[in-house]
Design a protein around this ligand. Structure first.
Ligand SMILES: [Zn+2]
Length: 402
């Protein structure tokens, strides 16, 4: 059975001892990165054989050494990937202390016990650093069906505990397409479509921009600090809105027994660059829109609930907003009707986003049938109008499903 993984995060107060341990961990990771760069090793196997003996000088439990190597291998693999994609890379270096482990820790009576080795006590005298878990974390981790693969402590006092569960993929009876747009998310198929209005997220983004722009002090350090402060605030607020919507989308898919189909947005950031005959504001709006975050959230929540996800390839995604979902003819665009297209064959106006969601769902059904070994194309039916429901995402109650 496939394994779904989630994590829960909370704050904790690090003691001097834990801070020191995190610092040693950081040094070990950087040591391994150095070794990896010198020998051009980025695989875990190669890096372990090169660096494990070198880590003997650090006085920590041996599984922290293994995790430091694996952390370094991850960083080096990312760097290799970036170089392959032609991105500029700096020499990787871990700046802040962390502690990662999948061994030795346990949760007893709502307390996360992180093993620490005291110098004077030898290998037998294991001592633990206790992190009291809050109610929310305890409630999540008390589920009997979850296992705890690992935890991460960071220097600024947050602990995340990963938890996983074996999930059987649910049988699905229908398929829904997800169309991600600027300002809304459209989910549906030929029968019904739900459009989540996310214009509030766009407003938040726009607001942040005008605040940052209105501050005219010509000091790069202050500008940076302000931009980072408002950037974080913006991210949190938009994130909250997206979580609400993604939760709702997945809950509905689970109840109705539908699979979720995503189109592929290749190089969406490259489409809105300078020199593409677009205005500055338009480019900013599109480039700040969290297209992939929306997908990430729906995908991991769906995985957790056993809702199947179908990903279309670039060629399968082609033309999803330009073809009529009923007759398959090319739609006509009109400058006056910005968000609508006209089908001559069916003689009617169609919402572009709804068209895209319907076409994505149809393509997804084809892909699904092919994967199941069933021949045949998804049928195009008689012209019907799907039930379109428009929901304001900012007004979605958080506890709707309870
Ligand atoms: Zn048509």
């Amino acid at each position: 059975m496939p394994l779904a993984i989630k994590s829960v995060k909370q704050c904790f107060a690090p003691t001097q001892q834990v801070v020191e341990l995190m610092e040693i961990f950081r040094q070990m990771v950087n040591h391994c990165i150095r070794i990896g760069l010198e020998n051009e090793a980025s695989t875990l196997k190669r890096l372990s054989s090169l660096s494990y003996s070198q880590l003997a000088e650090y006085e920590v439990i041996s599984y922290y050494k293994l995790h430091a190597i694996s952390k370094a291998a991850g960083i080096l693999a990312n760097r290799k990937q970036s170089i392959k994609r032609g991105r500029k890379t700096k020499t990787p270096y871990l700046r802040k202390g962390i502690l990662v482990s999948c061994y030795g820790f346990k949760i007893v009576d709502g307390i996360l016990k992180v093993p620490i080795l005291l110098e004077h006590m030898g290998p037998k005298g294991m001592t633990y650093f206790d992190i009291p878990l809050n109610m929310h974390t305890q409630e999540i981790l008390s589920d009997a069906s979850v296992t705890l693969p690992s935890f991460i402590l960071t220097a600024n006092g947050t602990v995340s505990v990963c938890y996983s569960k074996e999930i059987a993929e649910k049988e699905c009876t229908s398929i829904k397409g997800v169309d991600r747009n600027l300002g809304n998310l459209t989910v549906g198929n030929d029968r019904n479509v739900i459009q989540y209005n996310l214009s509030e997220a766009a407003d938040i983004v726009e607001n942040t921009r005008s605040i940052v722009q209105s501050l005219k002090r010509n000091d790069v350090r202050i500008r940076k600090r302000i931009a980072s402060k408002y950037g974080k605030r913006r991210k949190n607020r938009v994130q909250q809105l997206l979580h609400r919507v993604s939760k709702r989308v997945v809950a509905e898919a689970r109840e109705e027994g539908t699979a979720i189909v995503f189109e592929k947005l290749t190089h969406i950031r490259r489409m809105y660059q300078r020199g593409n005959y677009q205005g500055k504001n338009y480019r900013y709006r599109l480039n700040s829109w969290p297209f992939s975050e929306m997908k990430r959230q729906i995908a991991y929540k769906a995985q957790w609930e056993g809702v199947p996800i179908i990903q279309l390839s670039t060629s399968e995604t082609k033309g999803t907003s330009q073809l009529c979902p009923q007759c398959g003819k090319r739609l006509q665009e009109d400058r006056l009707h910005r968000r609508e297209s006209y089908c001559q064959e069916c003689d009617r106006w169609l919402d572009r986003d709804v068209v895209a969601a319907m076409n994505i769902a149809r393509k997804g059904a084809e892909v699904f049938q092919r994967s199941q070994g069933l021949a045949g194309e998804a049928m195009r039916g008689n012209p019907t109008t799907p039930v379109i429901l428009r929901v304001n995402a900012s007004k979605l109650a958080c506890r709707m499903e309870r």
